[in-house]
Design a protein around this ligand. Structure first.
Ligand code: PXP
Length: 238
């Protein structure tokens, strides 16, 4: 199972003060130094975190793979075709949401998505659709020639009881198996963390997970001691 890092939160922190640090591009290059399999960024229409400069620099500098999360809207499709990430993951996008809240409805939006996939394929970009672990949605994704699906794991991650968690993991497993039978690549993401990944790794059909919040949250905690000590050294050097 490959691990890709979503670095949107690094840009959120940078933008909180309108400054240049922390730079998501630096974070991506560091992640590559420790063997990450790919970098994921969501270029939102409102540009609340990642911006075009980040995407273009990442494209130039990273050596693993770039997964560009995006809404299927003309402005972003045009940027994607120009930047040429290895993978474009189409996600739903609502202005009010804190983060992506669930999968896209491929069946309801089939024409728009089919046309987006055609445009991206013309630019030789593989396409993934972020969807719920639902057989009908997976069939629709295959019908319009998606290359991958990314299974939304948020319901699994938010399940409170062990029974609900088990049921949701089973849904993910069945969905992954079905997608594989149809020849789709299978990614998964949302809400995966250091605890629930121990269960998710049991789903052998998942090729790749995309994790953001848990890893960046942990980085702040495990990196905090070193950051304080660096500053203490400067103060003590006087
Ligand atoms: N996959 C998709 C499609 C997402 O939108 C997100 C969140 O930006 C993730 C994965 C990563 O989720 P998390 O930050 O909860 O790990």
């Amino acid at each position: 199972m490959r691990l890709c890092l979503n670095i949107d939160h690094v840009a959120t922190l940078r933008n909180a003060r309108g400054e240049t640090q922390p730079d998501p591009v630096t974070a991506a290059l560091l992640a590559e130094q420790v063997g990450i399999d790919g970098i994921v960024v969501h270029l939102r229409e409102d540009r609340r975190h990642i911006n075009e400069r980040d995407v273009r620099l990442l494209r130039e500098l990273i050596t693993t793979k770039l997964d560009l999360e995006m809404a299927a809207v003309p402005e972003i499709i045009k940027i994607a075709c120009d930047v040429q990430p290895e993978l474009a993951t189409i996600v739903p996008e609502k202005r009010q949401e804190l983060t992506t809240e669930g999968g896209i409805n491929v069946i309801d939006d089939i024409e728009k998505l089919s046309s987006a996939i055609k445009d991206l394929h013309k630019a030789e970009i593989a396409v993934s659709l972020f969807i719920e672990p639902d057989i009908d949605q997976i069939n629709a994704a295959a019908e319009i020639n998606a290359d991958f699906i990314e299974i939304h794991t948020g319901i699994f991650a938010n399940a409170v009881s062990e029974e609900d968690q088990f049921d949701e993991l089973d849904r993910v497993r069945l969905a992954a198996k079905h997608a594989k039978k149809l020849g789709l690549g299978v990614n998964a993401g949302h809400g995966l963390n250091y605890i629930n990944m121990k269960q998710m790794i049991q789903v052998a059909e998942i090729d790749e997970v995309s994790i953001g919040h848990a890893i960046l949250a942990r980085a702040i905690i495990v990196g905090l001691k070193e950051a304080i000590q660096e500053m203490q050294k400067i103060i003590q050097s006087k």
